[in-house]
Design a protein around this ligand. Sequence first.
Ligand SMILES: *[C@@H]1O[C@H](CO)[C@@H](O)[C@H](O)[C@H]1NC(C)=O
Ligand SMILES: *[C@@H]1O[C@H](CO)[C@@H](O)[C@H](O)[C@H]1NC(C)=O
Ligand SMILES: *[C@@H]1O[C@H](CO)[C@@H](O)[C@H](O)[C@H]1NC(C)=O
Ligand SMILES: *[C@@H]1O[C@H](CO)[C@@H](O)[C@H](O)[C@H]1NC(C)=O
Ligand SMILES: *[C@@H]1O[C@H](CO)[C@@H](O)[C@H](O)[C@H]1NC(C)=O
Length: 379
Amino acid sequence: MTKTQIAFLIAFGLSLLFYLLPRKEYESVVISEPSITLPTGKVHIFYDASFRNKTFDGAFLNWYTNSSTEKYDAAFYPELGLYSSKDPKVIDLHMKQIQSTGVGVVVVSWWPDDFERSPPMSLILEHAQKYGLKVTVHIQNYPNRTLHNLMTNFVKILKMYDAHPAFYKLKVPSKKRPLPLIYIYEPLAFNPNKWNLLLSSTSNFTIRETRFDALFIGLIVEDTDQYVVTNSNFDGFYTWLSLCRSTYASTWYNWPYIQDFARDRGLIFIPSVSPGYDYRLSSDNINPRLIPPRIARNSGMYYNNAWSRAVVSRSKFVAINSFNGWLEGTQIEPAETSEKAYTLLKTNFEDYTPENSDVYLQMTREWVIEFSNRSLYRP
Ligand SMILES: *[C@@H]1O[C@H](CO)[C@@H](O)[C@H](O)[C@H]1NC(C)=O
Ligand SMILES: *[C@@H]1O[C@H](CO)[C@@H](O)[C@H](O)[C@H]1NC(C)=O
Ligand SMILES: *[C@@H]1O[C@H](CO)[C@@H](O)[C@H](O)[C@H]1NC(C)=O
Ligand SMILES: *[C@@H]1O[C@H](CO)[C@@H](O)[C@H](O)[C@H]1NC(C)=O
Ligand SMILES: *[C@@H]1O[C@H](CO)[C@@H](O)[C@H](O)[C@H]1NC(C)=O
């Protein structure tokens, strides 16, 4: 045999071997659509880290609608039991589950340090980083929130976490550098003029172009809110509950108009999708327009509808409400079967059967892929 023939045989043998050897199964998504990378920063999820329990924290917090009776009174019961949000094992599992859905940004309900509900941010950031996720905050309307203490708290958050690699930053064309994106619940509790002092670039007290500049995203509910939030110099707005027809902003059919409104002004619009809703807490201290009636899940049909409307809205981002809003019945976290929950608490709960407990995580993954893919083909 000549040298060329030998070389040919070796090359042939090697390529044959390459085809015959078993190869690692990569997910088909990654092969057919190399431009979709998961987890994606386009999809955010609201995360409640205010649950505390007796064995871990000494007392229950946030699980009971009435703490004197210690009765768990939500529609579903968590597969993990009444866990502590401060337990590193729980946080780790949650971040792993969120990563499995392809969602890229964890939006933590944020209360100041002097509240028991204050989230364990450092732990969340640490475990999120392990799974390639990013973390930001959803500033709650805590008692005695003033614009002054809100900004003090915001500066504190940035000083503590800004340098953390898992702290979420977004680069938008109008800004020189990637900035944190901060959700603000009920921003209209303050007069727009006050917001302008902080957020208008021409004000003497502006934080624009300073070290503490950020993308401020405010909640909108009624149809005039988008104007007020825009005039307050916010960088965008979000809807909290995706309860179709309960308010202007939560009505799916309005999302394309809200998206156009945002796009024309260079703002960010983030509609929220929920799998259902069943509020069990007392309505004291809650703005009644934020508490619509119960909405059944219909075995996931409601969630699918909400997602499909988010996809056609052409918004660049979407937020899931929620990962673990158990008391509002909005969670996608795995729920215990009603049978098992009944043996534990002698109470009837809903569950996800006949599907598995992770069915909402799986549905989420399918929609995250669909949403990311569609946005690739959009102008
Ligand atoms: C993405 O969308 C394109 C065009 O609609 C389609 O051909 C492709 O199969 C989609 N990919 C995934 C992963 O859904
Ligand atoms: C909590 O339960 C106790 C005992 O049943 C009752 O007296 C109290 O009124 C309840 N509190 C609320 C806020 O429902
Ligand atoms: C408290 O939470 C931990 C995990 O965070 C769990 O192991 C424990 O069973 C919980 N205790 C109760 C009483 O639910
Ligand atoms: C909030 O303000 C009220 C009235 O000004 C005061 O009584 C209360 O102690 C304050 N609460 C907190 C948590 O600062
Ligand atoms: C901002 O500063 C200018 C010049 O010092 C002053 O004339 C103006 O009144 C200030 N505006 C506010 C809103 O404080």
